[in-house]
Design a protein around this ligand. Structure first.
Ligand code: ADP
Ligand code: MG
Length: 257
Protein backbone atom coordinates (compact mmCIF):
# COMPACT_ATOMS: atom_id res chain seq x y z
CA UNK A 1 0.00 0.00 0.00
CA UNK A 2 1.38 3.40 -0.98
CA UNK A 3 0.26 6.47 0.97
CA UNK A 4 0.30 9.79 -0.90
CA UNK A 5 -0.41 13.12 0.77
CA UNK A 6 -1.21 16.26 -1.20
CA UNK A 7 -0.08 19.26 0.80
CA UNK A 8 0.67 22.95 0.76
CA UNK A 9 0.13 25.29 3.68
CA UNK A 10 -1.39 27.78 1.27
CA UNK A 11 -5.02 27.55 0.19
CA UNK A 12 -6.35 27.65 -3.36
CA UNK A 13 -3.27 26.09 -5.00
CA UNK A 14 -5.04 23.01 -6.38
CA UNK A 15 -4.59 20.42 -3.61
CA UNK A 16 -8.16 19.16 -3.71
CA UNK A 17 -8.09 19.13 -7.53
CA UNK A 18 -4.94 17.01 -7.39
CA UNK A 19 -6.47 14.53 -4.94
CA UNK A 20 -9.62 14.16 -6.99
CA UNK A 21 -7.80 13.56 -10.27
CA UNK A 22 -5.25 11.23 -8.67
CA UNK A 23 -7.77 9.09 -6.79
CA UNK A 24 -9.98 8.70 -9.89
CA UNK A 25 -6.98 7.93 -12.11
CA UNK A 26 -5.68 5.22 -9.77
CA UNK A 27 -9.15 3.69 -9.31
CA UNK A 28 -9.76 3.73 -13.07
CA UNK A 29 -6.55 1.73 -13.50
CA UNK A 30 -8.05 -0.92 -11.23
CA UNK A 31 -6.42 -0.04 -7.92
CA UNK A 32 -8.27 -0.11 -4.62
CA UNK A 33 -8.03 3.45 -3.35
CA UNK A 34 -8.76 4.88 0.08
CA UNK A 35 -9.34 8.64 -0.04
CA UNK A 36 -9.06 10.56 3.22
CA UNK A 37 -10.38 14.11 3.42
CA UNK A 38 -8.58 15.80 6.31
CA UNK A 39 -9.75 19.33 5.42
CA UNK A 40 -12.71 20.53 7.49
CA UNK A 41 -13.96 22.42 4.42
CA UNK A 42 -14.78 18.98 2.99
CA UNK A 43 -14.42 20.06 -0.65
CA UNK A 44 -13.04 16.69 -1.72
CA UNK A 45 -15.87 14.82 0.02
CA UNK A 46 -18.49 16.90 -1.78
CA UNK A 47 -16.72 16.43 -5.13
CA UNK A 48 -17.25 12.73 -4.55
CA UNK A 49 -20.89 13.46 -3.80
CA UNK A 50 -20.62 12.78 -0.09
CA UNK A 51 -21.89 15.24 2.50
CA UNK A 52 -22.13 14.26 6.14
CA UNK A 53 -23.27 16.03 9.30
CA UNK A 54 -20.38 15.08 11.50
CA UNK A 55 -17.19 13.25 10.62
CA UNK A 56 -16.01 10.41 12.85
CA UNK A 57 -12.33 10.92 11.93
CA UNK A 58 -11.34 12.02 15.48
CA UNK A 59 -12.94 8.90 17.00
CA UNK A 60 -11.22 6.71 14.39
CA UNK A 61 -7.81 8.30 15.00
CA UNK A 62 -8.11 7.95 18.75
CA UNK A 63 -9.10 4.30 18.31
CA UNK A 64 -12.66 4.43 19.64
CA UNK A 65 -14.05 3.08 16.37
CA UNK A 66 -12.80 0.91 13.50
CA UNK A 67 -12.05 2.00 9.92
CA UNK A 68 -15.23 0.34 8.58
CA UNK A 69 -17.26 2.78 10.63
CA UNK A 70 -15.71 5.92 9.05
CA UNK A 71 -15.42 4.65 5.49
CA UNK A 72 -18.13 5.54 2.98
CA UNK A 73 -18.41 3.84 -0.40
CA UNK A 74 -18.39 6.33 -3.27
CA UNK A 75 -21.11 5.80 -5.82
CA UNK A 76 -21.56 8.42 -8.51
CA UNK A 77 -22.61 5.99 -11.19
CA UNK A 78 -19.22 5.28 -12.79
CA UNK A 79 -17.69 1.83 -12.65
CA UNK A 80 -14.33 3.02 -11.29
CA UNK A 81 -16.09 4.45 -8.23
CA UNK A 82 -16.41 0.89 -6.95
CA UNK A 83 -12.68 1.02 -6.30
CA UNK A 84 -12.87 4.17 -4.19
CA UNK A 85 -13.54 4.22 -0.46
CA UNK A 86 -13.80 7.62 1.18
CA UNK A 87 -13.25 8.83 4.71
CA UNK A 88 -15.21 12.08 4.53
CA UNK A 89 -14.64 15.32 6.42
CA UNK A 90 -17.06 17.81 7.92
CA UNK A 91 -16.74 21.18 9.66
CA UNK A 92 -16.41 19.35 12.94
CA UNK A 93 -12.86 18.33 11.94
CA UNK A 94 -11.72 21.89 12.62
CA UNK A 95 -11.73 20.88 16.31
CA UNK A 96 -9.36 17.96 15.81
CA UNK A 97 -6.44 19.50 17.70
CA UNK A 98 -8.62 20.39 20.69
CA UNK A 99 -10.17 16.92 20.74
CA UNK A 100 -6.73 15.34 20.70
CA UNK A 101 -5.63 17.40 23.68
CA UNK A 102 -8.68 16.10 25.58
CA UNK A 103 -7.67 12.51 24.78
CA UNK A 104 -3.97 13.03 25.40
CA UNK A 105 -3.52 10.31 28.00
CA UNK A 106 -5.32 7.74 25.84
CA UNK A 107 -3.26 8.71 22.80
CA UNK A 108 0.02 8.47 24.66
CA UNK A 109 -0.83 4.96 25.79
CA UNK A 110 -1.85 3.69 22.36
CA UNK A 111 0.43 5.59 19.97
CA UNK A 112 3.19 7.15 22.04
CA UNK A 113 2.86 10.40 20.15
CA UNK A 114 -0.19 11.91 18.46
CA UNK A 115 1.82 12.40 15.23
CA UNK A 116 1.76 8.62 14.76
CA UNK A 117 -2.00 8.15 15.09
CA UNK A 118 -2.85 8.12 11.39
CA UNK A 119 0.03 5.80 10.53
CA UNK A 120 -1.13 3.31 13.17
CA UNK A 121 -4.71 3.34 11.81
CA UNK A 122 -3.55 2.99 8.20
CA UNK A 123 -1.21 0.09 8.98
CA UNK A 124 -4.30 -1.80 10.12
CA UNK A 125 -6.03 -1.49 6.74
CA UNK A 126 -2.91 -1.89 4.57
CA UNK A 127 -4.09 -5.23 3.18
CA UNK A 128 -7.34 -3.74 1.83
CA UNK A 129 -5.95 -0.95 -0.37
CA UNK A 130 -3.31 -0.36 -3.06
CA UNK A 131 -3.20 3.40 -2.49
CA UNK A 132 -4.24 5.96 0.09
CA UNK A 133 -4.70 9.55 -1.12
CA UNK A 134 -4.90 12.23 1.58
CA UNK A 135 -6.16 15.80 1.14
CA UNK A 136 -4.95 18.22 3.81
CA UNK A 137 -5.99 21.67 5.07
CA UNK A 138 -4.00 24.82 4.17
CA UNK A 139 -1.98 24.99 7.39
CA UNK A 140 0.90 23.25 9.11
CA UNK A 141 -1.28 21.61 11.77
CA UNK A 142 -1.82 18.16 13.27
CA UNK A 143 -3.61 16.88 10.15
CA UNK A 144 -0.64 17.62 7.93
CA UNK A 145 2.00 16.35 10.38
CA UNK A 146 0.12 13.08 10.91
CA UNK A 147 -0.20 12.65 7.15
CA UNK A 148 3.51 13.21 6.58
CA UNK A 149 4.38 10.61 9.21
CA UNK A 150 2.01 8.12 7.54
CA UNK A 151 3.03 8.77 3.90
CA UNK A 152 5.46 7.38 1.37
CA UNK A 153 5.36 10.57 -0.64
CA UNK A 154 4.04 14.06 -0.60
CA UNK A 155 2.84 15.91 -3.68
CA UNK A 156 3.10 19.70 -3.39
CA UNK A 157 1.02 21.72 -5.88
CA UNK A 158 2.61 25.15 -6.15
CA UNK A 159 1.54 28.33 -7.89
CA UNK A 160 3.73 30.85 -9.69
CA UNK A 161 3.85 33.43 -6.89
CA UNK A 162 5.34 30.79 -4.61
CA UNK A 163 7.91 29.49 -7.09
CA UNK A 164 10.72 30.36 -4.77
CA UNK A 165 12.41 28.53 -1.98
CA UNK A 166 11.01 31.21 0.35
CA UNK A 167 7.39 30.40 -0.51
CA UNK A 168 7.93 26.74 0.27
CA UNK A 169 10.30 27.20 3.17
CA UNK A 170 7.91 26.43 6.04
CA UNK A 171 6.59 23.29 4.39
CA UNK A 172 10.05 22.08 3.39
CA UNK A 173 11.33 22.64 6.95
CA UNK A 174 8.46 20.53 8.29
CA UNK A 175 9.19 17.88 5.65
CA UNK A 176 12.86 17.72 6.73
CA UNK A 177 11.98 17.42 10.42
CA UNK A 178 9.54 14.55 9.79
CA UNK A 179 12.08 12.85 7.56
CA UNK A 180 14.78 13.08 10.23
CA UNK A 181 12.61 12.02 13.13
CA UNK A 182 9.71 9.78 12.13
CA UNK A 183 9.82 8.89 8.45
CA UNK A 184 13.27 8.66 6.81
CA UNK A 185 11.88 7.29 3.53
CA UNK A 186 9.49 10.19 2.87
CA UNK A 187 9.84 11.67 -0.65
CA UNK A 188 8.36 14.77 -2.21
CA UNK A 189 7.47 16.13 -5.64
CA UNK A 190 6.69 19.73 -6.51
CA UNK A 191 3.91 20.15 -9.07
CA UNK A 192 3.57 23.53 -10.83
CA UNK A 193 -0.17 24.12 -10.56
CA UNK A 194 -2.62 26.35 -12.48
CA UNK A 195 0.19 27.51 -14.74
CA UNK A 196 -0.43 30.20 -17.32
CA UNK A 197 2.26 29.40 -19.88
CA UNK A 198 1.57 32.55 -21.87
CA UNK A 199 2.84 34.71 -19.05
CA UNK A 200 6.57 35.30 -19.37
CA UNK A 201 7.05 35.83 -15.68
CA UNK A 202 5.57 32.41 -14.91
CA UNK A 203 7.89 30.69 -17.38
CA UNK A 204 10.83 32.48 -15.84
CA UNK A 205 9.82 31.50 -12.32
CA UNK A 206 9.29 27.91 -13.39
CA UNK A 207 12.81 27.65 -14.69
CA UNK A 208 14.15 29.26 -11.51
CA UNK A 209 12.24 26.77 -9.40
CA UNK A 210 13.59 23.87 -11.41
CA UNK A 211 17.10 24.96 -10.47
CA UNK A 212 16.39 24.42 -6.76
CA UNK A 213 14.00 21.48 -6.98
CA UNK A 214 13.15 18.53 -9.15
CA UNK A 215 9.76 19.63 -10.49
CA UNK A 216 7.15 17.61 -12.39
CA UNK A 217 5.51 18.60 -15.70
CA UNK A 218 3.04 21.47 -15.02
CA UNK A 219 -0.76 21.47 -14.84
CA UNK A 220 -2.13 24.43 -16.78
CA UNK A 221 -4.82 26.83 -15.63
CA UNK A 222 -7.80 25.61 -17.68
CA UNK A 223 -11.53 26.27 -17.52
CA UNK A 224 -12.14 22.57 -18.17
CA UNK A 225 -10.39 21.74 -14.91
CA UNK A 226 -13.03 23.73 -13.04
CA UNK A 227 -15.70 21.98 -15.10
CA UNK A 228 -14.22 18.65 -14.09
CA UNK A 229 -14.95 19.52 -10.46
CA UNK A 230 -18.38 21.08 -11.01
CA UNK A 231 -19.58 18.17 -13.18
CA UNK A 232 -17.83 15.62 -10.94
CA UNK A 233 -16.05 14.04 -13.90
CA UNK A 234 -12.30 13.42 -13.80
CA UNK A 235 -10.23 14.73 -16.73
CA UNK A 236 -9.70 11.29 -18.26
CA UNK A 237 -13.44 11.30 -19.09
CA UNK A 238 -13.22 14.62 -20.88
CA UNK A 239 -12.39 13.62 -24.43
CA UNK A 240 -9.13 12.76 -26.13
CA UNK A 241 -8.33 16.30 -27.18
CA UNK A 242 -8.64 17.69 -23.69
CA UNK A 243 -5.63 19.73 -22.59
CA UNK A 244 -6.31 18.82 -18.98
CA UNK A 245 -6.13 15.15 -19.87
CA UNK A 246 -2.83 15.76 -21.66
CA UNK A 247 -1.30 17.54 -18.68
CA UNK A 248 -2.35 14.87 -16.25
CA UNK A 249 -1.13 12.02 -18.48
CA UNK A 250 2.33 13.59 -18.48
CA UNK A 251 2.19 14.17 -14.76
CA UNK A 252 1.18 10.59 -13.84
CA UNK A 253 3.84 9.21 -16.15
CA UNK A 254 6.56 11.32 -14.54
CA UNK A 255 5.43 10.16 -11.10
CA UNK A 256 5.09 6.48 -12.12
CA UNK A 257 1.45 6.48 -11.06
N1 ADP B 1 -5.57 23.51 -13.24
C1 ADP B 1 -6.60 24.29 -12.88
N2 ADP B 1 -7.18 25.12 -13.78
C2 ADP B 1 -8.22 25.91 -13.43
N3 ADP B 1 -8.77 25.94 -12.21
C3 ADP B 1 -8.26 25.13 -11.26
C4 ADP B 1 -7.15 24.27 -11.54
N4 ADP B 1 -6.86 23.59 -10.40
C5 ADP B 1 -7.72 24.01 -9.46
N5 ADP B 1 -8.57 24.93 -9.97
C6 ADP B 1 -9.65 25.64 -9.26
O1 ADP B 1 -9.04 26.54 -8.32
C7 ADP B 1 -9.75 26.54 -7.09
C8 ADP B 1 -8.83 26.08 -5.96
O2 ADP B 1 -8.45 24.75 -6.18
P1 ADP B 1 -8.47 23.67 -5.01
O3 ADP B 1 -8.09 22.37 -5.60
O4 ADP B 1 -9.76 23.73 -4.27
O5 ADP B 1 -7.28 24.25 -4.10
P2 ADP B 1 -6.90 23.92 -2.58
O6 ADP B 1 -7.45 22.58 -2.26
O7 ADP B 1 -5.41 23.96 -2.56
O8 ADP B 1 -7.49 25.00 -1.73
C9 ADP B 1 -10.94 25.62 -7.28
O9 ADP B 1 -12.05 26.40 -7.66
C10 ADP B 1 -10.52 24.72 -8.43
O10 ADP B 1 -11.63 24.24 -9.17
MG1 MG C 1 -8.73 21.98 -0.71
Amino acid sequence: MEVITVANNKGGVGKTMQCYQLACHLAHKGNKVLVIDLDSQANLSSTFGVQIQRTLIPEWLIGDIEAEEVIVQVDNGEEFHENISLIPASRHLANLSKLMILSEAEIRKSAGRKERLLKIRLDKVAANFDYVVIDTPPMLGDELIMSLVASNRILIPTQAQDYSIDGLEELMDTFEIIKETENPKLKFNIIPSMVNTRRKIEKQRLSELSQSFDITPPIRNLVQMQESISTKRPVFMMGKKSKGQDDYKKLWKSLNL
